[in-house]
Write a protein that binds this ligand. Structure first.
Ligand code: PL3
Ligand code: FE2
Ligand code: FE2
Length: 224
């Protein structure tokens, strides 16, 4: 049984909660950027951005509900490298890169993390997390459909951006490992969910499974 009121739980939760709030606020901003980069889908992308804004508000209320104040500085510094990469891609109007970073990598990370959180969440946060997982799946689906429609010509570009962004994502997980464990999250489950969903996402855009596996193994190998 998890003691949601214990000082060690609350201390770890203040950093995990901040990471989630920062990640959701960035997702909001990134979908607004994507709405500018893909004018044909502007309205739809602005709706996805609004969902991210809602997630920020809802996850903030999870911290408040436990009487925990999010430690925002930690969250910001952990997301900074991924955010810098997104801005660089945006500045060079690399639509594929932006969509792979936010729509495939960050959304898969979110789905995996929230799935791993679900069984250990307090009842208030659990109800919110169920709804959020459903939304994040829609964000992932949007990116999959758009990238799939672009065909084989963008495959090497997709792999290239993954090689850059996956290690930055894995670093966040490693830095948060002890806090995530302290609130009951099984990090092996989280990583396994990520690998499952990400392989599936790459496969759905037309990348062969062997290439998807090689990418993940390469990321793991670089980090150790
Ligand atoms: C996509 O819409 C937003 C991406 C945010 C990613 C945050 C990942 C956070 C990892 C730890 C999650 C544990 C859940 C805790 C909830 C308060
Ligand atoms: Fe979200
Ligand atoms: Fe999302």
């Amino acid at each position: 049984m998890i003691d949601f009121k214990s000082p060690s739980y609350c201390d770890a939760y203040s950093r995990v909660n901040a990471l989630v709030i920062v990640g959701e606020a960035l997702a909001d901003r990134h979908f607004r950027s994507l709405a500018r980069l893909i004018p044909d889908d502007e309205e739809h992308l602005l709706r996805l951005a609004a969902m991210e804004g809602r997630h920020t508000v809802d996850f903030s209320s999870c911290g408040r509900n436990l009487g925990v104040k999010p430690s925002m500085a930690t969250g910001k510094s952990l997301f900074a490298p991924l955010e810098r990469l997104f801005r660089a891609l945006e500045n060079s109007r690399d639509v594929v890169g932006c969509l792979v970073l936010q729509g495939l990598i960050v959304e898969c990370f979110a789905v995996a993390a929230y799935r791993a959180y679900l069984p250990v969440a307090d009842p208030y946060a659990r109800a919110i997390t169920v709804t959020v997982i459903d939304d994040e799946t829609k964000h992932l689906n949007y990116a999959e459909c758009w990238l799939q429609a672009m065909g084989e010509q963008i495959h090497s570009q997709i792999v290239h951006i993954c090689e850059k962004a996956l290690p930055l994502t894995l670093s966040i997980l490693k830095a948060m490992k002890s806090d995530l464990s302290a609130i009951g999250i099984d990090c092996t489950d989280l990583l396994a969910f990520f690998c499952e969903d990400f392989t599936q996402a790459l496969f759905s855009v037309g990348i062969p499974l062997t290439d998807a596996h090689r990418l993940l193994i390469k990321t793991a190998a670089v980090e150790h």
